[in-house]
Ligand binder design. Structure first.
Ligand code: KG4
Ligand code: ZN
Length: 366
């Protein structure tokens, strides 16, 4: 089974071809091509992503990226079994570009269309690269989201916790901006932190050790802002120390919340005796090596297995969309040409199984 994936929901214009066995099950996929254009130069002058500029850049690049993905894979439209595109959530201008491109290809070449939830793309990436069975516990950490979910199957998600204010990637990006480290912030913080002292600053850890597994980052962000304002200008050492302390604090928060989620997951979806639990970390922030190491330590303590996709598959890409397309196509989950692009699209529409959470943010931000 061969599927073309298209990703345009944020600032990456991407197309990829992924191949897999047609039978549903655990076997992994094979990435035949993975073309990506990161719109860095378009957005860098603004220190963040400008939705209108992103939409225009997607429009200019998408046909070329699709052509490149097919050429790199050595296939033509006729060889495809389906066309998958991110249909949300995301910046709506970009999502429309991707969905319309996929619809045009599906219609012109008489192929099934799969409208993929971007978050499901992140969620299922682990299964593209490693045999990972259902259910698994998912920590989804990206620029727009920060959630803990029980993944029971394709399209079957139970949210255990979510952020009540900012997404964790947003906290990285804003901190990098405050420290003058540039855009995109996550990799810049990680680089700066390498030379820093991770215990130089004692930063707040909102909701740490509180019941449930919701997240909060706004208090941490404010503390970083107040400290950053007081740092002597051009003090590279202090900037590195603050970056390292921030990154360590994020690690403390994620580890604490995941530890709570292990308990909830065991109670709700993974009764004792079903073998070791799998924790999957996904989304752009999962590319961070310090955080991966911290989560690996936690998994070891809980006798669990950590699966973290290679960093290039953690940040936005189209291979994950093609793979989610394959997972859905194998189950007959295809969409009509009337599939609508959606700026918001929670993975768990009913936001069910809200057990043991703080209650503050129930279902607010998805
Ligand atoms: O998943 P993604 O590429 O796009 C969204 O769906 O949001 O995630 C982007 C986010 C950005 O906030 C970026 O700063 C963060 O992931 N990120 C990182 C790293 N690489 C990307 N954060 C921390 N460390 C990294 N190495
Ligand atoms: Zn993403």
């Amino acid at each position: 089974m061969l599927v073309l994936g298209i990703e345009t929901s944020c600032d990456e214009t991407a197309a990829a071809v992924v191949e897999a066995d047609a039978m549903p099950g655990v076997p992994v996929g094979r990435i035949r091509s993975n073309a990506i254009y990161a719109q860095l130069q378009e957005h860098r002058p603004f220190g963040g992503i400008v939705p209108e500029i992103a939409a225009r850049a997607h429009l200019e690049r998408i046909d070329g990226m699709v052509a490149r993905a097919l050429a790199d894979a050595g296939v033509s439209f006729a060889d495809l079994d389906g066309v998958a595109a991110t249909a949300g959530p995301g910046l709506i201008g970009g999502v429309i570009v991707g969905v319309m491109t996929a619809k045009a290809i599906a219609l012109a070449h008489d192929k099934p269309l799969i409208a993929v939830n971007h978050l499901e793309g992140h969620a299922l990436t682990a299964r593209l690269v490693e045999p990972v069975g259902f259910p698994f516990l998912l920590l989804l950490v990206s620029g727009g989201h920060c959630q803990l979910l029980a993944v029971e199957g394709v399209g079957r998600y139970v949210r255990l916790g979510t952020t009540i204010d900012d997404a964790v990637g947003e906290a990285f990006d804003k901190t990098a901006k405050l420290l003058g480290l540039g855009f995109p912030g996550g990799p810049a913080i990680e680089r700066a932190a390498r030379d820093g002292d991770a215990v130089a600053f004692d930063l707040p850890r909102p909701l740490w050790r509180k019941p449930g597994c919701d997240f909060s980052f706004s208090g941490l962000k404010t503390a970083v802002r107040l400290l950053a304002q007081r740092l002597p200008r051009g003090d590279v050492r202090a900037v590195a120390n603050l970056a390292a302390s921030f990154q360590r604090t994020i690690g403390d928060i994620l580890v604490d919340r995941c530890a709570h989620a292990f308990g909830l997951f065991r109670q709700t979806c993974h009764p004792a005796g079903e073998g070791p639990l799998t924790l999957v970390v996904a989304g752009g922030v999962a590319a961070n090596q310090h955080l991966r190491a911290r989560l690996a330590e936690l998994a070891a303590v809980h006798d669990a297995r950590l699966v973290a996709p290679p960093p290039a598959l953690c940040t936005d890409n189209a291979a994950m969309i093609a793979w989610a397309g394959i997972e859905r196509l194998r189950l007959g989950l295809v969409d009509g040409l009337d599939a609508a692009p959606r700026p918001r699209w929670p993975l768990d529409p009913a936001a069910r199984a809200v057990i043991g959470r703080t209650g503050v943010g129930a279902g607010v931000k998805v």
